[in-house]
Design a protein around this ligand. Sequence first.
Ligand code: HEM
Ligand SMILES: *[C@@H]1O[C@H](CO)[C@@H](O)[C@H](O)[C@H]1NC(C)=O
Length: 559
Amino acid sequence: MGLLSTALGAIGIPVILFLAYTYLSLLRNYIIALKVGVPVRAIPIEQTNPFWMIMDKKVLAFLKQYLPFLRGTSFARFNWRGFEITERYKPHHELGDVYMVSTPGRNWLYLGDPDLAMEMFKRRNDFPRCSELTESLNVFGTNLGTVDAEEWKRQRKIIATCFTEQANAFVWTDAVTRARDMLRYWTSKQSLTTAADDLRTLSLGIMSEVGFGESSKFEGHDERLQAGGTSTTSYKDTLQEILESCVLIMALGPEVLAKLERWLPKKLKSLQYACVVFQSHMTKMYEETKAKIANQASQAKATPRNFLTSLVQASHEMTSEGLTEKQLYGNMFMLAFAGHDTVAHTFTFAMLFLAGSPEVQDWISEEVRAVLGDRNTKDLDYEKDFPRLQRCLAVMYETLRLYNPVGMAKWTDSVTQTMQFGDKTIVIPPNTMVIPSYSSLQTDPRWWGKDSLTWRPTRWIEKSGPNGEEELITPRRGTFISWSEGTRDCPGRKFSKVEFVATMATLFRDWRVDPIPQNGENLTDARKRVLKFIVEDAAPVLLLQMIHPERIPLVWKRR
Ligand code: HEM
Ligand SMILES: *[C@@H]1O[C@H](CO)[C@@H](O)[C@H](O)[C@H]1NC(C)=O
């Protein structure tokens, strides 16, 4: 008896203390939030708790199924990272343009008004990025994504040297080449379940080439397997493994991973190994580039050919202002990640939306044919054709509008900030997360009309000019913020547009894609199923993405 109660006490007391501490924190935060004077909802776990993040969607789905009274509570609705996507503009319509969610960690303030969101973006120093959330990107060193203030300014100046028109033109030709190879591979398949995987291979290939100067040829999923693609030797494969396991690295932290090395299960061991191989690849490339630049110093100044050489060269020229070796690795990793994962997920969403929408495929094919005339897709020209492929770009915008892959989290850090909203002054306490509600802003019927939740790329095009030329509309400021806004916006905006448009134009000129009907469905049913599946399957991993795109077998047919 005595023994049992001692044992229970030993386990129970820490648990009780922990719970008490957690809920006192929540209570304290709730009281702070109430003082702000906007509607407040409370949730028991902070959405960004790493352990909760691994299982949030599954646990909530389970609880909602077996404990129906939880449905519709703040816990069930708001207590996971993907809630903005499932809820869309509903919370703001119910609670107003500004509301708060209290958690035991921090309070989260959500801005659903476009002008407020824009003001927040503009006040970069008042609302810095909460780097705690991006720390996992520090695996190989601090970088642009994780630093702030003066250090950010310095790094941003150097990183900006990568994003030239020359680089964009390189992205264009590389994307066309890879997309042609991918199309050849896809059209040889009776049933294609690896489209998402192949699209990631394509965007990773472009990033490796444009970023690191590592040339390679596109290989489809099966070709990679045949070529022994699982052996982690090339930079591209190791990077892929690291990025696929980013959430694990985030939950455990790279140091823990390194310390636990001996006890790690096989999968994590291989991840640890991939990190080591990737690091040595970068060191090798760095040394080679440095040597090359030293050799060229005597000759006429050679133009940098890729991101790595740009950064090494810029750091070399700026001497003390330049990046240290460690920061260079940090930034190369961050660029490799930011530069391919975002586009890969956008591609996958777009591909499935297109598979469900044959009329949109016809619409973009018509444009590509008009622009190309009798030229071949391999002659797609960056300067001449990219600005004219507006419908292809509209497909990207519309996809991002609904499935914005990158969430944006700023905060007040240790300072109190105020914002003016109408005749009301909102006083935002320190340690408050400030979130532009992108998924609400980008779907609010006030700005996007009654069918705002429908994927309809034609909404982006208006006919203007005497001959009915098509032009992209400019949405109201603050209602389309996929690449973020203000000085800390995405420097890869054009890079990603160029990559997307080149790939779409190459794929859809002469071919169309359909879902394969299942269990006696006809094609119409199959298309409906696909559009429904996108809504159900999308969820955040590190970015917002499709979780099981392979569940939609596709087939390509010639037009
Ligand atoms: C569809 C594609 C893309 C989308 C939707 C996107 C979106 C974003 C967003 C929303 C941010 C700000 C994040 C925040 O405030 O927390 C960001 C930052 C960034 N993106 Fe992108 N991005 C895309 C493609 C790219 C590409 C292709 C590259 C590089 C090749 C890139 C490089 C970066 C970098 C370096 C930053 C950090 C900027 C800074 O902190 O100063 N992105 N991106
Ligand atoms: C497809 O099947 C559905 C019923 O499942 C039917 O209502 C529809 O008319 C069919 N469409 C075509 C084009 O045959």
